[in-house]
Write a protein that binds this ligand. Structure first.
Ligand code: SF4
Length: 314
């Protein structure tokens, strides 16, 4: 048995079932990103996705059989997870692990699921929930330009169907930096997308990239990113400190002197400037990535503002 799955998901979706509804990234031009380079974007048909969902339902049955036959009362425990994997392979291991964690969360891949027609997306989500009724919450990645083009009504329909969170690579709120990294989005689109998503009752998580402005635009990057967060008021911001990967255009820019990266102290100062410039937001700050220098930089604003700044000052 086989279903299609994409290469990545957010760290916070580690216990989610992964279902691929589009392939790769329709933009694919950000200069720091190598995830989908050289890979063509395509939409999967609704029928194809439904076939994958049917396959998943059969895998769920097989995992349950393992759980029953091993005398575990149908409960998927860690032994059932490893046995499902060794008996049938990775897909069964993944599904069994999802069941071990309660079989509630699903993450829709790849980079920009909202690019599908809203009706198709709603149809996919409804089918999924009818075939796998334990599913309670669905989350996905989306680009700001695409999300800002959805109407409030469309986003509300998606929320009602079960889409509870959108993970969005904001990277920066500075138009200069967004242009330099060829993000293909603007501060205006970010704010519009953020407000529409919030108004529809969908939780929004923005990924911020400390260091992305380099030495030249560090201050602009911090201040404008804070300004967009202040206006978009996302539920979460997650730090993903820049790491310049060798097989990216940003690496070439660095080699030929067009981009000068920050040193570690400068990255931390930039994060302080960003955090101290946040005002009037109700946002949880998360630092759950190995590339971040201060992983303990976590808390909820406005209550934890002083705590976050004192972590940086220390
Ligand atoms: S939109 Fe996301 S996935 Fe696509 S190129 Fe940019 S960072 Fe990579």
């Amino acid at each position: 048995m086989h279903i299609e799955q994409g290469p990545i998901r957010p760290p916070s979706e580690a216990s989610s079932l992964l279902i691929r509804i589009t392939r790769n990234c329709p933009w694919n031009r950000c200069v720091f990103c190598s995830t989908y380079k050289g890979k063509q974007f395509s939409r999967r048909s609704v029928d194809d996705i439904k076939r994958d969902i049917d396959t998943l339902a059969r895998v769920v049955e097989q995992v349950l059989q393992i759980a029953w036959h091993e005398g575990r009362g149908g409960r998927v425990n860690s032994q059932a997870v490893s046995e499902a994997g060794s008996r049938y392979g990775h897909l069964h291991y993944h599904v069994a692990q999802w069941m071990y964690y309660g079989a509630k969360n699903v993450f829709l891949q790849d980079a920009n699921s909202l690019i599908l027609k809203t009706n198709d997306l709603v149809q996919i989500i409804k089918y999924l929930r009818s075939v796998l009724p334990s599913v309670e919450r669905l989350t996905t990645y989306a680009r700001a330009d695409t999300a800002s083009r959805k109407s409030g009504e469309e986003l509300r329909e998606l929320r009602e169907a079960g889409l509870v969170r959108i993970h969005m690579g904001m990277e920066s709120g500075s138009d200069i930096v967004l242009k330099m990294i060829q993000k293909g989005t603007t501060a205006k689109q970010l704010v519009e997308a953020g407000r529409k998503i919030g108004a529809a009752g969908i939780s929004l998580c923005w990924y911020i990239m400390p260091g992305l402005g380099g030495k030249k635009y560090s201050r602009e990057h911090a201040l404008e990113t804070a300004a967009v967060i202040n206006r978009g008021n996302p539920d979460y911001i997650r730090f993903r400190t820049l790491s310049v990967l060798k097989n990216t255009p940003l690496y070439e820019m660095m080699q030929n002197g067009e981009f000068a990266p920050l040193d570690e102290d400068e990255v931390i100062r930039e994060q302080r400037l960003l955090l101290e410039s946040l005002e009037g937001v109700n946002t949880t700050v998360v630092s759950d990535h190995i590339l971040n220098l201060l992983q303990e930089l976590e808390g909820t604003l406005p209550a934890d503002r002083d705590k976050l700044l004192s972590i940086i000052d220390r």
